[in-house]
Write a protein that binds this ligand. Structure first.
Ligand SMILES: [Zn+2]
Length: 119
């Protein structure tokens, strides 16, 4: 094994997310991660913003830093997708109501025409 390089706290060490699990009832995300030394820990990210890790660190460890970064990127991607989907659905809704309006106008015109003919 190579000599361990000095890693400053600002640097992120390699963390591999092995399993990602969401507790649907609480919205808590549990990630089973492995560090560059092959040691595995559980990172728990609660919806209220409290995070915890099963590693011995008492401060926010690099596991949490890494998974939070990944989770934020995931959330940003998901939010962007939701925004796009909302726009698409809104467009679809508008076109549907326009079509309905058009159909009603056509019906009204036909009725009016019939009415005019009667006069
Ligand atoms: Zn940790």
């Amino acid at each position: 094994m190579k000599a361990v390089k000095t890693v400053t706290t600002k640097q992120l060490r390699e963390v591999t997310i092995l399993v990602r699990y969401t507790v649907k009832a609480t919205g808590t995300v549990i990630l089973y991660v492995r560090n560059d030394k092959g040691v595995c820990y559980y990172c728990t990210l609660a919806e209220n913003g409290t995070h915890s890790c099963s590693c011995p660190s008492h401060v926010e460890c690099y596991h949490l830093k890494a998974v939070i970064k990944v989770e934020n990127a995931r959330k940003a991607k998901w939010d962007a997708y939701k925004a796009t989907l909302a726009k698409q659905l809104a467009k679809q809704y508008v076109s549907t109501s326009v079509v309905a309006e058009q159909a009603m106008m056509n019906a009204a015109l036909t009725t009016n025409q019939g009415y005019r003919l009667l006069r």
